[in-house]
Design a protein around this ligand. Structure first.
Ligand code: IMP
Length: 555
């Protein structure tokens, strides 16, 4: 046991040297893994002792370690299944603590039916799971109604399995229109938001100008929102916008037509009637079971109970990613919330990061994807439309074009092609450190080919060849050159068949060992396809691990 702890300490101790100067480790890791065949992946056994002493058992936080769309929803779904299978475990909670309908999470039912989720937590596959949309979220009640109706059509009744904090920040069509005005006010520089009203709602909350779910459910709601409409109408008129004809997203139509569809915000009466309709829907829904708690709750009180019920697992589901964090993301095109594990504190008002046993960052393994207005340093700069002619593309771009089709890298809601970037380990090290991430779950291990190397960026240099550290903000990525290593690819179809680590193709194992070494962070699970069972859980290893030889314990 003591040697396991020693290995864990080595890993932790090497985190900072690798973070502040990764260059000496690149060839060392390649040599150790690819030449000496020392392939170490996963968490050492003794590490648990340290983690367990500090945290509440059966707690997991899952956040994006890159730029969003890493596959968090299905990792939550997999973790949930695992937690519920622990003997004696009665139920589990899945808590969304930030973001809103800007998120797009996809989970599949055991029968393979796809469920696209935006505001509802990825808990809905499990009867014994309860989803909580907590106070840190920004919630649009009409979109939520659509999502609940769609979800119930697939998984059945969600009453008593889904709760919404009365203190969640309310997004209405006014905040969505405000996002349009902000874009205009900043001459388009305010960033390529999703148009779902996320940034104005968080900004209004900080300025104490926002409203909350409980304001809509209060008796005097009509007065409050009528006054709000009048105020917004005046402000919009200053910029020559007529509030009634301003365009806001229509999620139901967007979903049906697979492209962004908008509608008029409408007159004051129309705006209030819409709110009245949706408000009434929630009230009636509660009225169908008067003896049960309302869906709209004081979730703070629920957390108190949850913490102390050790027969319940608790999963915290992040939206977006550390790379989109309002302060430490790829500014200026970021979202407006704390997307890191530290965001759980403000988003739940009760849990702190140290309470949580498994702090998982989700990453795409063989590439990264990005949406938005900016390009990252390792972006392959593929056209932002479907590629019909590959003749002018470089080798790496051909890999990217193949990835886009193979992994279907098109937006869940709008069908827009995503930008494809090469894996950026330099950014990953930063996001792991600052995002509070302690282990990694890798997705898309099947997106690889034997005939194409996988290019990964290990660090950046300036024009004199000096290493430049990743600094959040795309302006800091200008004039630097990403340094790449070509790592051998593998047969994606063979990787897809594996259900255990041993069954993975050799080069896939080595690739994982390299990513683990370079990030000093254990990879504890990988997925090799979109469905629930396409998961390889990497077992804890006892020293000396099976594949581990020699005296170099560097992870
Ligand atoms: P906002 O969150 O709507 O303000 O959008 C800010 C930026 O974050 C935009 O570039 C969005 O495309 C991006 N973004 C927001 N949510 C997600 C997500 O769930 N996945 C990927 N990108 C996202």
């Amino acid at each position: 046991m003591s040697t396991s702890i020693e290995a864990f300490q080595t890993m932790v101790n090497e985190r900072n040297p690798r973070f502040f100067d990764p260059v000496p480790f690149v060839q060392k890791d390649i040599d150790r893994i690819y030449n000496q065949e020392q392939v170490t992946v996963g968490m050492p056994m003794g590490a648990e002792i340290i983690l367990n002493a500090l945290s509440r058992e059966h707690t997991v936080a899952i956040v994006g370690a890159q730029l969003g769309d890493e596959g968090k929803g299905r990792i939550v779904d997999n973790k949930l299944e695992q937690i519920l299978s622990i003997p004696g475990m009665q139920m589990a909670y899945v808590v969304r603590f930030q973001g809103g309908s800007n998120a797009g999470h996809t989970v599949y039912t055991p029968e393979g039916r796809k469920i696209p989720l935006h505001q509802v937590p990825s808990s809905i596959n499990e009867d014994r799971a309860v989803g909580i949309m907590d106070s840190g979220m920004v919630v649009h009640m009409e979109d939520l109604k659509t999502e609940i109706e769609d979800g119930e059509a697939i998984v059945g009744d969600l009453r008593n399995r889904l709760y919404l904090s009365e203190e969640a920040k309310l997004v209405t069509d006014l905040e969505r229109a405000e996002e349009v005005i902000n874009r205009f006010k900043s001459s388009g520089k305010s960033g390529g938001g999703t148009g779902r009203g996320i940034s104005p709602t968080y900004a209004n909350d900080l300025s104490r100008l926002g409203t909350h779910v409980k304001d809509l459910m209060a008796e005097n709601w009509r007065e409050v929102y009528a006054a709000r409409y009048d105020r917004y109408a005046k402000e919009f008129a200053v910029h020559n916008y007529d509030i009634a004809t301003m365009q806001v997203p229509d999620l139901r139509e967007t979903r049906d037509q697979k492209k962004a569809v908008t509608r008029n915000l409408g007159s004051k009466e129309e705006f209030l009637d819409r709110l009245d309709g949706v408000r009434g829907w929630y009230i009636e829904r509660d009225a169908t079971q008067p003896d049960k708690p309302s869906m709209i709750q004081n979730t703070f009180l629920m957390h108190q109970e949850m913490y102390n019920n050790l027969n319940a697992g608790v999963l915290f589901e992040g939206a977006q990613a550390v790379g989109l964090h309002h302060a430490i993301g790829r500014l200026p095109d970021v979202t407006s919330s704390d997307t890191s594990i530290n965001g759980i504190a403000a988003g739940t008002k009760l849990w702190k990061a140290q309470d949580i046993r498994e702090k998982i960052g989700v990453m795409k393994l063989t590439y990264m994807s990005s949406v938005g207005s900016v390009h990252m340093a390792t972006d392959l700069m593929l056209p932002r439309k479907a590629i019909t002619d590959e003749s002018g593309l470089t080798g790496a771009q051909k890999f990217g074009a193949w990835v886009r089709e193979e992994a279907h890298e098109y937006g869940t809601t709008t069908g827009r092609p995503r930008d494809i970037c090469l894996l950026d380990l330099e950014m990953m090290r930063y996001n792991i450190r600052m995002g509070g991430i302690e282990m990694l779950a890798g997705t898309h291990l099947d997106i690889a080919r034997e005939d194409m190397p996988i290019k990964v960026c290990t660090h950046y240099v300036d024009s004199t060849g000096q290493r430049v550290a990743y600094q959040p903000g795309v302006e800091h990525q200008e004039n630097l050159t990403p340094m790449y290593e070509d790592l051998p690819g593998w047969d994606g179809a063979a990787a897809q068949k594996a259900r255990t680590f041993d069954e993975l193709p050799d080069n896939a194992k080595k690739f994982l060992a390299f990513v683990q070494a370079q990030t000093s962070t254990p990879i504890t699970a990988v997925t090799n396809g979109p469905h629930r069972d396409q998961l390889v859980d990497i077992p804890r290893w006892e020293l000396p691990p099976k594949q581990f030889q020699g005296t170099d314990r560097t992870l």
